[in-house]
Design a protein around this ligand. Structure first.
Ligand SMILES: [Zn+2]
Ligand SMILES: [Zn+2]
Length: 140
């Protein structure tokens, strides 16, 4: 679901975010590269094109996106926040060998959690670490 620049501008506006050039470019990067990039990765990828871009701007823009539900923050490691333009509910798996973060779908709404009987769930995050199929395949 690659979006055109006009579609991105419209999407940002619909979420109450004014579409400045850095915001459009940062959203485009997030939406194109589904690798759950960090602030540093986005900054390094865009700083040649947007010479006035700072890491602070990237950080603040991503923060704004999260507040306006244009992106989610993926906190699979304590020391690195990653970002995802897919705001639908999904879990994340991080491979400890290649550091790739994979998306996976699951349904918690039908899950039976006995110790939470009578609780209502608003949001949930699932992080799993392990070794991905590609890295497992490399062993053989
Ligand atoms: Zn791997
Ligand atoms: Zn994701």
């Amino acid at each position: 679901m690659k979006m055109s620049i006009d579609e991105i501008k419209k999407h940002l506006a619909e979420h109450g975010v004014k579409a400045s050039l850095p915001r459009v470019k940062i959203y485009e990067y997030l939406n194109t590269y589904r690798s759950h990039p960090t602030v540093d990765e986005i900054y390094n990828a865009l700083s040649d094109e947007l010479i006035t871009l700072s890491k602070t701007t990237v950080y603040n823009t991503l923060d704004l996106f999260v507040k306006h539900r244009l992106a989610i923050q993926v906190l699979i490691e304590d020391n690195e926040a990653r970002y995802d333009s897919d705001t639908s509910h999904h879990g994340h798996f991080k491979c400890i060998k290649c550091n790739t973060v994979y998306d996976f779908n699951y349904d918690l709404s039908t899950a039976d959690i006995p110790s939470l009987q009578g609780f209502s769930l608003e949001e949930y995050h699932t992080y799993i670490k392990g070794v991905c199929d590609k890295c497992n395949g490399d062993v053989h």
